[in-house]
Design a binder for this molecule. Structure first.
Ligand code: NAD
Ligand code: GLY
Length: 379
């Protein structure tokens, strides 16, 4: 596949009456208007972005809408997870309403997962619902958060506890915008790429082991391949279980019960990015599975080795670069109980029988869990 070819690669997410395309390719940021125009209820869009992404790509997206004969205005929010809260949401809604949208106006989420989740939720409720388009600019957003319609915001009770399933009309993923993404953010997104191999696709995991470092170093062809492969995997799962009513979509939460606890303990702040937490959490899910005799120990070692080799923090002592952090197993388990995946206090885990063999369980022995956490803290 040629990442620089002018025709984007298209992945279809098949949902009855609400199917949409994910366009993937180089230089698509200049073609957002052209790709979006045929889908718009009216030639009017409001582009929501964060300050960093707006400065880098806002003008190019606006120019693409102008070339396509679409009127656009923009609303900018501060960058970072802190913007995805009730106060930030309130400010965004008022800023959007200041631009006098109508029900045929389309919102465009230009940015990473924070902007996508926030603007997607805004679209779900603005004037009781307007269309929206995702233009993800982080690797994490291109392979995960922009696809599948989970939108939402954080409250003081936790992350993503207020939200809606609300599907976009189109996703446009420009592989070139990843060139300006800080390496740490790229690595965090890579954890979500590798996740698809670990869930049910061992040959993709093999591909990741061989190609992950080159992808992270900037290889455009490998990036495009990984994004397309990841989007196909996610589209297949979401099409079969849009609202996580069976355990199928829940498999996408591999690493998340551990990761959520680590994020909660580090205050959902810059010490641990979401994707980093997922990477560390996947390593822990494999180690626990091996300790429980469910998964061959060499598989768990392969996972830890590869994620660690590309530069993800798989050891607790490397998280946040702060060797003095006092991790505490009981507190981590408490955070797990507060996760929205917990049901009536029962912890839900995605465990594995090997690479590419993930399954959901609510039957994890707490002594084994405690033993794993104590060992991870001591390592
Ligand atoms: P993010 O949106 O905060 O982006 C990370 C940083 O990169 C920000 O500072 C942003 O300004 C900057 N940035 C974005 N694109 C850039 C570019 N091309 N060049 C330079 N800088 C750029 O973080 P994220 O990792 O994309 O998303 C994390 C969020 O996604 C979390 O809130 C998480 O809960 C959510 N999420 C949602 C889903 C879902 O299914 N909806 C799935 C996974 C994660
Ligand atoms: N990121 C998990 C999901 O979309 O279900």
């Amino acid at each position: 596949m040629n990442a620089r070819s002018s025709a984007p690669r298209m992945v279809r997410l098949d949902l009855a009456g609400r199917a949409y395309d994910i366009a993937i390719g180089a230089q698509l940021i200049d073609r957002v208007g052209e790709l979006a125009a045929p889908l718009l209820a009216a030639p009017r869009v409001l582009v929501v972005s964060d300050q960093t992404v707006a400065a880098l790509y806002g003008a190019r997206v606006a120019a693409s809408f102008e070339r396509a004969g679409v009127q656009s205005a923009s609303v900018t929010v501060p960058a970072g997870e802190g913007t995805k809260d009730l106060a930030g949401f309130g400010r965004l809604m008022n800023d959007l309403l200041d631009r006098r949208p109508d029900r045929r106006t389309t919102l465009v989420a230009l940015g990473g997962g924070v902007v996508g989740d926030l603007a997607g939720f805004a679209a779900a409720v603005l004037l009781r619902g307007v269309d929206f388009i995702q233009v993800p600019t982080t690797l994490l957003a291109q392979v995960d958060s922009s696809v599948g319609g989970k939108t939402g915001i954080n409250t003081r009770h936790g992350k993503n506890l207020v939200g809606a399933f609300y599907q976009p009309r189109l996703v446009v993923a420009d592989t070139d915008v990843l060139d300006t993404l800080p390496r740490r953010e790229l690595l965090a997104g890579y954890a979500e790429v590798a996740k698809y191999g670990l869930i049910d696709d061992p040959s993709f995991w093999d591909w990741c082991e061989k190609n992950g470092s080159a992808l992270i170093a900037g290889d455009g062809v490998r990036r495009a391949y990984a994004i397309e492969h990841s989007c196909r995997a996610k589209a297949r799962i979401v099409a079969a279980d849009e609202r996580e009513t069976t355990d199928l979509r829940a498999l996408l939460n591999l690493g998340h019960t551990f990761g959520h606890a680590l994020e909660a303990e580090t205050g959902f702040g810059p010490d641990l990015l979401h994707g980093e937490a997922v990477g560390a959490g996947m390593a822990m899910a494999f180690t626990l599975s091996a300790r429980l005799g469910l998964c061959p120990a060499p598989d768990a070692e392969r996972v830890r080795h590869h994620l660690g080799t590309v530069g993800l923090p798989v050891r607790l002592r490397t998280i946040g670069g702060d060797n003095r952090r006092q991790w505490n197993a009981a507190r981590l388990i408490d955070h797990m109980r507060g996760d929205k995946k917990a049901e009536a206090g029962r912890l839900t885990f995605v465990l594995v029988r090997g690479i590419g063999k993930a399954f959901v369980t609510r039957e994890v022995d707490e002594t084994a869990l405690r033993g794993l956490l104590d060992a991870a803290i001591a390592a």
